[in-house]
Design a protein around this ligand. Structure first.
Ligand code: ADP
Length: 300
């Protein structure tokens, strides 16, 4: 069983010809609303791809919060750990996309910032039932640190996607089973720019030296680099017609965790995740682009 502890946001996207400047009012084009947030995206990827998944998240008691909760239920997630804050609004992201496909993103975390150690403690039963605990950094670092300290040496497998990149307390690493950064996050955390296998091995060594057992560095269209006790090397992603890479990383991480949860070893889980994430970039949107297990099996 997988428990994801993480963020949920509502993405609001306006297409514009060009970005407005301060003080300017500009008429945009299409407006669209999508459910998002790394925690919710990864939980939905994991359940669509065969995992048994519970989500611990914090929403507002507002329209967006109600919609997110409905969405989680529709996906089949266990929502016992999803709380609606009495005061804070739901997390939102205001996104503008210009004619060149460039974007600006403004996030107001709202209730995500109140996903506290107290909420985690209230749902201790849920976390205790987990084989895998999956986390990102869109909730307070203190909460992530608390979970890692509490469950790091209980035999549960803790997986961290260090996104967005923050400096982590060094002692946290020893309790992580796996860390899954992309290239930018890897550079931020290790100072190493991963451009080939040599640099990937070096970057992975940075994490291993601090006690992380498994390191996966995602490499966009090139797939991923896996450094584990059983296998170390690059695993390419299938070639696809890429149209939108939003949530590719989230799909990859949810898929890896679902693969492990259904009994795959790390190498096969990464191969599976490359396939699922590659399929996700052939479609627009975040959660709307996350494939189901049957689609991945049919396609590859
Ligand atoms: P992020 O979305 O966090 O920046 P990456 O860009 O590394 O992460 O992408 C995550 C995963 O998505 C990759 O490891 C790969 O499996 C898949 N992926 C991303 N872009 C492509 C692409 N153009 N073609 C095929 N697979 C892709």
């Amino acid at each position: 069983k997988i428990v994801v502890v993480g963020s949920s946001n509502t993405d609001m996207i306006i297409q514009v010809d060009r970005f407005p400047v301060p003080g300017e009012t500009l008429l945009g084009k299409d407006f669209r609303i999508f459910p998002g947030g790394k925690g919710a995206n990864q939980a939905i990827a994991a359940i669509r791809l065969g995992g048994d998944v519970a989500l611990v998240a914090r929403l507002g008691r507002d329209l967006f919060g109600d919609q997110s909760l409905e969405n989680f239920k529709k996906e089949g997630l266990n929502v016992q750990g999803v709380v609606q804050d009495k005061e804070l609004p739901s997390g939102v992201a205001q996104i503008t996309v210009d004619a060149a496909g460039e974007n600006t993103i403004l996030v107001a975390s709202g209730a995500n910032n109140a996903l506290s150690t107290a909420q985690v403690s209230e749902h201790a039963g849920l976390l205790e039932s987990a084989d895998f605990i999956l986390m990102q950094l869109e909730i307070p670092l203190e909460t992530v640190t608390f979970i890692v300290e509490k469950y790091g040496s209980t035999g549960k497998k803790l997986i961290l996607n260090p996104a967005p990149a923050y400096h982590l307390p060094v002692k946290m690493y020893a309790d992580l089973h796996a860390i899954i950064p992309n290239q930018a996050e890897t550079r931020f955390l290790t100072g190493i720019r991963v451009t080939n296998e040599d640099t990937a091995v070096h970057a992975a060594a940075f994490f291993h030296e601090k006690g992380v057992e498994v390191v996966v560095i995602t490499l966009g269209a090139a797939g991923a680099f896996l450094s584990s006790p059983d296998f170390t090397g690059s695993l390419p992603a299938p070639e696809v017609n890429a149209v939108d890479s939003t949530a590719a990383g989230d799909t990859f991480i949810g898929a890896v965790t679902a693969g492990l949860c259904t009994g795959m070893d790390w190498k096969n889980a990464v191969i599976f995740a490359n396939r699922a994430a590659a399929l996700s970039v052939t479609k627009f949107g975040a959660q709307s682009s996350i494939p189901f297990l049957g689609q991945v099996e049919k396609h590859f």
